[in-house]
Design a protein around this ligand. Structure first.
Ligand SMILES: Cc1cc2nc3c(=O)[nH]c(=O)nc-3n(C[C@H](O)[C@H](O)[C@H](O)COP(=O)(O)OP(=O)(O)OC[C@H]3O[C@@H](n4cnc5c(N)ncnc54)[C@H](O)[C@@H]3O)c2cc1C
Length: 467
C-alpha cells in the first residue's frame, strides 16, 4: 500500500531495540538424543523461566529443563514495552468485571507479586533496570476525563494512592497539547528493561542447576507409561514426570490451547535518544510509563538512555491464527503510530525513530491468563495475559506450578485459575467476528466511548477483544 506519510516514520531498523545489543546468555545447546527430567517446561519466555526458577528455589534437587523453540525471550517477553504492572487481571475494571468475588484477593496478590519480584531479582543478582516511577494515564478525549476521574475516586476509596489531574496539571508533568486530564498512580507499576529481565532470569535458571535448550521446538507431549514423553521437531525425546507448557501466543504443542489463546500482533517504535532541549520541551522527568485511555490506546515510556518507546493502538489478528516473521513488518501499523506520536508531541517532529518491531500477544476473551490441564493433571498449560504479562507471568508461573504439583493453595482456589473464559469460535467465524469487533471498538472510540449494540452484546456474555 502507498503511504502519504512515510515521513512521519522515517527509516528505522526493523529490529527489536531491547535485543539489538550484546549480552544474551548462552547460546544454549539444542536437545539431542534422549534425556530424563522431573519437570519439563516448554517455552523460554517470562512464564517458562519464572516457572523454572520457582521450581528450583522450592526444590533445589529437582531436575528441571526449559525447552525453547528459538532463543530465550524470542516471543513477547523481549519485545514488550517493559511496563511491569501489579494487576493480574489486565487492569482494575477488567478484574472487577470478571472476578468480582475474588477481586480483593487478586489485587493483594498482584501487589505482593510486584514486591516479591523486586526482592527476588535482588536476591538473584539480576539488574533488569527497574525504575519505580509508577504510571500516568492520560485522557485525550473528553469522555476519557470522566473515566479517569471515576477510576481515581474508586481507587482512593479503596485506599490506593491515585491522583486525578486536570489538563494543566497533566501537562505540567508531560507536555502534550492532546492531554485533557490524567491519573497519576505512583505505586501500581514499574518499568523494566525486558531483555535484561529475560536474560537475567535465564542465567539464574542455569545457576540454580536447571537446564535450558534453545532451538528445541516441542512437537508433541504424550503419555509414556507413568511419565510424559516430549518429542521435539528434530527427533530428540525427553521424559518427564510433570510438564508445564508456557508457549503463550503460540499455543503449542497442545492444540486445544488455541480454543482459548489467540495471537494478536502489537507494534512498537523506539526513538533515537532525545537531546536535553528536546526533553525540556516535553518536560517528562520522572520514569513513569504513560498510556492514553481509549479502547485502542498507546503506551509509552522513557528508556534509561533517553529515548521514548511508543507502542500499541493497532493490534492485528490474522486469519487462521496467523503467526510468523511476515506479520512483524507491517509498515502500515508503524506509519500509523508514528503519525500519532507526532500529533502527541509536535515539539518532537524532528526526532527520528531508530527501531520498529512487532510481537505476538496471546489474548483470551477475558484478557488475562488462563490455565488448563491434560494427561491427568500431569501437564499444565497457561498463558493469554493480553498486554499485561510482564508482571503477571511471575505470579501465573507460581499458580501453574501449584497445579502441576497437585497443591491446593490460595492461588489455585481462585476463579481465574480454576475456570476458563469462553472459547473463541473456530475459523472462519473467528476472523470474521474479530475483525468486525475491531471495527466496532474503533467506532466506539470515535463515538465518545459509547459501545454500540455488538459490543454491548459481547459485554453481556463477558467476552471481548483488547491488546
Ligand atoms: C509488542 C508487545 C508489547 C507488550 N508490552 C507489554 C508491556 O509493556 N507490559 C506488559 O506487562 N506486557 C506487555 N506485553 C505482553 C507480555 O510481553 C507478555 O504477556 C509476556 O511476555 C508473556 O510471556 P510468555 O513467556 O508467556 O510468552 P512469550 O514471551 O511469548 O514466550 C513463549 C515462548 O514459547 C516459545 N515456543 C513457542 N512454541 C514452542 C514450542 N512448540 N516448543 C518450545 N518453545 C516454544 C516461543 O519461541 C517463545 O519464546 C507486550 C507484548 C507485546 C508483543
Amino acid at each position: 500500500m502507498a503511504h502519504a506519510s512515510l515521513t512521519a516514520l522515517g527509516d528505522p531498523r526493523p529490529a527489536v531495540f531491547w535485543t539489538d545489543r550484546v549480552g544474551a546468555p548462552g547460546p544454549f545447546d539444542p536437545a539431542v538424543g534422549h534425556a530424563s527430567f522431573d519437570l519439563a517446561i516448554v517455552g523460554g519466555g517470562l512464564s517458562g523461566l519464572w516457572a523454572a526458577i520457582h521450581a528450583l528455589e522450592a526444590s533445589p534437587a529437582r531436575k528441571v529443563v526449559v525447552l525453547e523453540a528459538e532463543t530465550v525471550g524470542f516471543g513477547a517477553s523481549t519485545r514488550n514495552g517493559g511496563f511491569c504492572d501489579a494487576s493480574l487481571t489486565h487492569g482494575i475494571f477488567n478484574g472487577l468485571r470478571h472476578w468480582p468475588n475474588d477481586y480483593d484477593t487478586l489485587e493483594r496478590l498482584g501487589s505482593e507479586n510486584l514486591r516479591d519480584m523486586i526482592r527476588q531479582l535482588n536476591q538473584l543478582g539480576i539488574d533488569a533496570a527497574v525504575d519505580q516511577g509508577g504510571y500516568l494515564g492520560v485522557a485525550v478525549q473528553p469522555w476519557q476525563v470522566e473515566d479517569l476521574a471515576e477510576e481515581a475516586s474508586w481507587m482512593n476509596e479503596r485506599g490506593l494512592t491515585a491522583q486525578f489531574l486536570d489538563a494543566d496539571e497533566t501537562r505540567a508533568l508531560v507536555d502534550s497539547p492532546t492531554y485533557l486530564g490524567g491519573l497519576r498512580d505512583p505505586n501500581g507499576s514499574l518499568m523494566v528493561d525486558p531483555a535484561a529481565l529475560v536474560w537475567g532470569l535465564a542465567d539464574a535458571v542455569t545457576r540454580l542447576g536447571g537446564t535450558i535448550h534453545e532451538s528445541t521446538r516441542v512437537a508433541a507431549v504424550d503419555p509414556n507409561g507413568s511419565r510424559l514423553r516430549l518429542a521435539t521437531e528434530t527427533g530428540a525425546t525427553i521424559d518427564a514426570d510433570r510438564v508445564i507448557v508456557a508457549t503463550n501466543a503460540w499455543a503449542e504443542p497442545v492444540p486445544s490451547i488455541r480454543n482459548w489463546v489467540i495471537p494478536i500482533y502489537d507494534h512498537v517504535l523506539m526513538t533515537e535518544p532525545l537531546s536535553a532541549e528536546q526533553w525540556a520541551s516535553v518536560g517528562w522527568i520522572e520514569p513513569f510509563g504513560i498510556s492514553d485511555s481509549g479502547n485502542q490506546f498507546h503506551y509509552y515510556r522513557r528508556t534509561r538512555d533517553g529515548r521514548i518507546l511508543w507502542g500499541g493502538y493497532d493490534a492485528n489478528y490474522y486469519a487462521g491464527n496467523g503467526m510468523g516473521p511476515e506479520y512483524e513488518n507491517r509498515i502500515d501499523s508503524h506509519v500509523l503510530i508514528a503519525e500519532h506520536f507526532r500529533t502527541t508531541f509536535p515539539q518532537l517532529e524532528d526526532v527520528e525513530f531508530s527501531h520498529r518491531w512487532a510481537g505476538p500477544i496471546g489474548t483470551t476473551s477475558k484478557f488475562a491468563a488462563t490455565f488448563g490441564t491434560k494427561h491427568d493433571n500431569r501437564l499444565v498449560w497457561f498463558g493469554g495475559y493480553t498486554g499485561l504479562g510482564v508482571g503477571a507471568s511471575r505470579w501465573a508461573a507460581l499458580a501453574a506450578l501449584d497445579l502441576v504439583d497437585g497443591l491446593n493453595t490460595e492461588r489455585t482456589a481462585l476463579g481465574i485459575v480454576r475456570r476458563k473464559p469462553l472459547p473463541f469460535p473456530p475459523e472462519p467465524f473467528r476472523n470474521t467476528i474479530i475483525q468486525y469487533t475491531r471495527r466496532q471498538i474503533a467506532r466506539a472510540d470515535e463515538n465518545g466511548g459509547t459501545n454500540g449494540a455488538w459490543l454491548r452484546l459481547l459485554d453481556r456474555f463477558g467476552v471481548g477483544f483488547d491488546s
